[in-house]
Design a protein around this ligand. Structure first.
Ligand SMILES: [Zn+2]
Length: 222
């Protein structure tokens, strides 16, 4: 894990002193809430997951609280551990570049949970697509001999599929809002009404709700 972690950090352009990894046995947390999770620098609380709660003291230790912390459940193939780790580091880069993006990401996650095809739709969230692209690129370069394309079909396949073109980080906020426009009906269902969704989005990112509502109506936002 140590060598792999170093390689994933280098690939993400993150210095070793800036991030810590917490490997856990199993494929996901006992609440099935996480197979991996990332915390940006700052205090961690209110997780309600027994394994993570058990290390909250460590996560919030004066040394670690200043770093990005990544927990990974590592009972999976080595390429998948690599992919999952790099995926999480990409979220760290996204949310460090723009903290409000993390809130749009959470909203998108909650919204797609309501869809009948939530697993497939989840992969279309732009922040997810970008994290999977970074993961896939890393896995392909780190394990050149593994037939990544042949392995597609298992639960971690999104980490290894064709990475596709680079997604510039600065375009992610707009792409997230467009994703929520494409999923307008689900958003309304999630928030209650269009107005509630607009309010929630505006509180996550001032103005995002107004753009969302205007785009839903087919008006060009000004
Ligand atoms: Zn993710």
């Amino acid at each position: 894990m140590k060598t792999l972690w170093r390689a994933a950090l280098a690939d993400a352009g993150i210095l070793p002193g800036e991030a810590l990894v917490y490997p856990f046995p199993g494929t996901q947390s006992s609440t099935e809430q996480f197979s991996a999770v990332t915390w940006l620098p700052g205090r961690v609380d209110g997780i309600q997951d027994p394994e993570v709660d058990a290390i909250v003291g460590e996560l919030n230790h004066s040394e670690s609280v200043r770093t990005t912390r990544v927990a990974v459940w590592i009972d999976r193939s080595e390429p998948d551990v690599a992919g999952l780790t790099r995926h999480e580091l990409q979220h760290a880069l996204q949310f460090a570049a723009e903290r409000r993006l993390a809130r749009l990401h959470e909203i998108a996650e909650d919204v797609v949970r309501l869809a009948a095809d939530s697993a497939e739709r989840y992969q279309l969230i732009p922040t997810e697509m970008d994290a999977n692209r970074a993961a896939s690129q890393f896995v392909r370069s780190y394990f050149p001999d593994v037939g990544v394309d042949e392995m597609i079909g298992d639960q971690d396949s999104a980490l290894r599929r064709d990475p596709g073109p680079e997604i510039p980080l600065e375009t992610l906020p707009e792409q997230m809002i467009l994703f929520l426009v494409d999923n307008g009906g689900l958003c309304e269902q999630w928030a209650g009404t269009k107005a509630d969704m607009r309010r929630r989005l505006n509180s996550a990112w001032p103005g995002a709700g107004d753009i969302w509502e205007a785009a839903l109506k087919g008006e060009s936002p000004t």
